[in-house]
Design a binder for this molecule. Structure first.
Ligand SMILES: NC(=O)c1ccc[n+]([C@@H]2O[C@H](COP(=O)([O-])OP(=O)(O)OC[C@H]3O[C@@H](n4cnc5c(N)ncnc54)[C@H](OP(=O)(O)O)[C@@H]3O)[C@@H](O)[C@H]2O)c1
Length: 294
């Protein structure tokens, strides 16, 4: 099987890259090979590489910056996924696409399911929702995997920020009224590979993904707040000695509003693919055991 992976330098892309070769040949593209903001280049790359499956791990993920760069966020998160999907359909390929908890406004008092109607609070969430809709409207076999609070030992994320500030500072204030599931990029990569493996084992790869096309919530298990996530990180890293105090999100103003409730219900993923990601505490431990920070 030939796979085309975008965003190879990102958290999820770089976690996928070493796992995918057990399934076939991988062509990994970063921004220097393919600018997703260029629709013609996106179409041309898919036609040139002619994969059986495209994994779109690239995205415009700067949630606050998106508020002042809506055109770029829209091009990468809304337009490009649609072109990837349409071109995939044209050549008989399937698409695995990632999306976000930020499609929801967080006003629900329970975990969100795939049938809940999105209502994004900001430009990033809006652009990702438009991308989901374009992918699903394309008619290509496509899985839209919505996840939340992604971290790894690589790239820009809350874990890396806490590991740095925990050593540099005496005290830190962290938001304690937003709930979600921190999700290790390694868990996402393993679960994605598991699903692709099932599709290959099913005999007709294309038909399997066509039959299961749709949105799936895919996060590590359980839920916590940013404050408790920070405390869990510090508990595993004794060199992080900063004292953490909880604050409300209202005391930490940012250009983009974030949902207070980012919890995603993962039952559909379990029902369709017998796939359950580890609880977030276990995933955090695995991530930190994986290696030293680059
Ligand atoms: N991070 C989170 O907390 C989070 C939460 C929920 C869902 N998600 C979703 O999960 C998926 C993976 O996110 P991630 O955390 O791995 O993000 P990431 O670490 O920010 O990686 C995104 C990658 O996309 C690339 N990219 C951005 N604009 C591009 C362009 N115009 N052309 C080509 N490549 C471009 C980036 O390249 P550069 O490094 O060159 O910019 C980066 O390598 C995304 O769909 C995201 O929306 C993420």
């Amino acid at each position: 099987m030939k796979m085309l992976l975008t965003g190879v330098q990102g958290q999820v892309g770089s976690a996928l890259l070493p796992l995918l070769p057990v399934l076939g040949t991988v062509v990994g593209l970063d921004r220097t090979h393919l600018d997703l903001a260029d629709p013609d280049a996106v179409r041309a790359a898919v036609l040139a590489h002619h994969p059986q499956v495209i994994l779109n791990a690239a995205a415009y993920t700067a949630v606050d910056r998106a508020e002042t760069e809506p055109g770029q966020a829209h091009a990468v998160n809304a337009v490009a996924p649609g072109i990837l999907a349409e071109t995939a359909r044209h050549i008989g390929a399937a698409l695995i696409h990632y999306s976000t908890d930020y499609v929801f406004d967080g006003s629900a008092s329970r975990p969100y399911t795939e049938t809940d109607t999105p209502h994004p609070l900001g430009v990033y969430g809006q652009s990702k929702w438009q991308g989901e809709q374009a992918v699903l409207a394309s008619g290509a076999p496509a899985l839209v995997l919505r996840t939340s609070w992604v971290y790894s030992l690589h790239g820009h994320n809350f874990l890396r920020t806490m590991l740095r500030l925990g050593k540099e500072r005496d005290s830190l204030q962290v938001v304690d009224d937003q709930w979600g599931a921190p999700t290790w990029a390694g868990s996402l990569a393993r679960a994605t590979t598991h699903i692709l493996h099932q599709a290959l084992e099913a005999g007709d790869f294309h038909a399997f993904l066509e039959q299961h096309s749709g949105i799936y919530h895919m996060t590590n298990g359980g839920a916590t707040t940013w404050f408790d996530f920070a405390r869990a990180i510090f508990a595993l890293r004794p060199e992080c000695t900063a004292r953490v105090t909880p604050i409300p999100a209202s005391a930490w103003p940012s250009p983009a509003r974030r949902p207070a409730n980012s919890r995603l219900d993962n039952r559909k993923l379990l029902e369709h693919f017998h796939c359950r990601l580890p609880d977030w505490e276990d995933a955090l431990q695995h991530c930190l055991e994986e290696g030293t920070l680059p």
